[in-house]
Design a binder for this molecule. Structure first.
Ligand SMILES: [Zn+2]
Length: 448
């Protein structure tokens, strides 16, 4: 589902911060566990003979998928401006507020009613595009076996969850705008920290299971290897879940999610079907890199800072807008719930402007997670083949253009990742590892 229209203003920012954390959920992979202290192990010698992995050229189908994806991104981005603008300039937002005021009477109900009506309207307007992008297109390109019932069920559940959380956020947001017209953006940014922590804590426990079944791994042998790798990475009592994503997609993936007690690594069952054990172990090494290097916590800190900067800029931009167009739009205070489309519009613009900075950071941490995965597994070949498989299975483009890299790539291009996996072997030259100090010494030969 597209995020923009289905969620309220502040949630959009929260999600933009959340994407720093959830962005780890894309491509990752492979490995066999080898002691950093024994680079001359026979297993390495055997793997060195496997040679570099070529970067797959995109198929005609992958190119079509890529180009149509760019068109969809442009349309979706434009709608992100157009629809709130229509709500504003036609005066519809003010009419909706009047109706909510008459019906709800009290402030709390006015805000809640406006928000629910606004969300439902946006959902209906967005439905044709989200149906095409999320269902029709995925089937057309052979990327999904999802039934229409599952898609519809997931879509309605997303609407329900998004509206419930969104309603709470909008009430807090507009409550603070009312109480503290000058410093609301500071209060919200401070509140965002515990909110983001809570969001990260409960998402894998209560939200994700609404959409898919998460359980223990079926392949116990592979699970034992993964847990041994986790112990080497210094993750005691590591939790690895297998999720039935084959219901929804044919693509392969894995991610690390959760916060504090809910932290876990999740493997899509499609990944387990399509990749071999060595490749899965490298993926796990990559995900463990996120885990050990504290990328989720860093995402929360960075997300909160982004919220602060975005809201500060939003306040100034929105006030300037209101001074000029407020009478036409039917409101004169930002604390008026009729300003919600304006806040969405401004946040959409600021998010678009800051995306290249945020994605440069996520690409950096993904690269470091690749390095971690390579150093802990030292299985360059399996790492590179996992990315090559991901390129073909997910209809990815190995070398996207500059625009796509800056605005749409949370991860480094797969071509660069394959090249890095083919060439990064400091242990072979007796050079120190960047993350070697984080690895626990092995007591036995361990898994391969
Ligand atoms: Zn990652």
């Amino acid at each position: 589902m597209r995020l923009f229209l289905g969620v309220p203003g502040l949630l959009l920012i929260v999600l933009s911060a959340g994407r720093l954390c959830r962005a780890f959920g894309e491509p990752t992979h492979v490995g066999a566990v080898n002691s950093q202290h024994s680079p001359q192990r026979p297993a390495h010698t055997a793997r060195q003979d496997e040679g570099p992995v070529p970067i797959p050229e995109p198929s005609a189908k992958a190119l079509r998928y890529f180009h149509s994806g760019t068109v969809l991104w442009v349309v979706s981005t434009l709608l992100g401006f157009l629809i709130p603008a229509l709500f504003l300039f036609t005066g519809f937002s003010a009419h909706l507020r009047d109706w909510a005021q008459q019906t709800g009477a009290r402030w709390v109900f006015t805000v809640a009613l406006y928000y629910v009506a606004f969300t439902l309207l946006n959902f209906v307007i967005d439905l044709p595009l989200s149906y095409y992008a999320g269902f029709v297109r995925q089937h057309t390109y052979g990327l999904s076996n999802q039934t229409l019932g599952k898609w519809a069920g997931d879509t309605l559940k997303s609407l329900g969850v998004g509206s419930t959380i969104g309603c709470f956020i909008v009430l807090v947001f507009y409550g603070l705008l009312l109480k503290s017209p000058r410093w609301w953006w500071v209060h919200i940014s401070v509140l965002a920290v515990p909110f983001l922590c809570l969001q990260m804590l409960i998402t894998p426990l209560w939200i994700d299971p609404l959409f898919n079944h998460f359980g223990p791994m079926h392949n116990k042998q592979l699970e034992a290897k993964i847990l041994a790798l986790a112990r080497r990475a210094g993750i005691e009592g590591g939790r690895v879940f297998e999720v039935d994503k084959s219901q929804d997609t044919n693509a392969v993936n894995a991610y690390v999610t959760g916060f504090a007690g809910s932290k876990r690594i999740v493997l899509w069952d499609t990944t387990l079907k399509k990749l071999n054990d060595r490749e899965v172990l490298f993926i796990m090494g990559h995900e463990m890199g996120h885990y050990v290097l504290g990328h989720i916590a860093r995402g929360i800190v960075l997300g909160s800072l982004m919220i602060l900067v975005t809201l500060y800029a939003a306040q100034h931009f929105a006030i300037a807008f209101m001074a000029r167009y407020g009478p036409q739009c039917g409101f004169s205070q930002l604390s008026d719930i009729a300003s919600l489309p304006l806040m969405l519009l401004v946040i959409h613009l600021l998010t678009l402007l800051t995306t290249p900075i945020i994605y440069a950071y996520t690409r950096h941490i993904e690269h470091e997670a690749d390095r971690f995965g390579l150093e802990i597994t030292r299985d360059n070949h399996a790492a590179a083949t996992s990315f090559a498989k991901m390129t073909t299975e997910n209809l990815s483009i190995s070398r996207p253009d500059l625009f796509t890299r800056l605005w749409r790539s949370t991860h480094p291009p797969l071509g660069e990742r394959i090249e890095f996996c083919n060439t990064y072997k400091p242990w072979a030259a007796g050079q120190p590892l960047r993350y070697g100090h984080l690895f626990q010494q092995r007591t036995s030969d361990g898994p391969r």
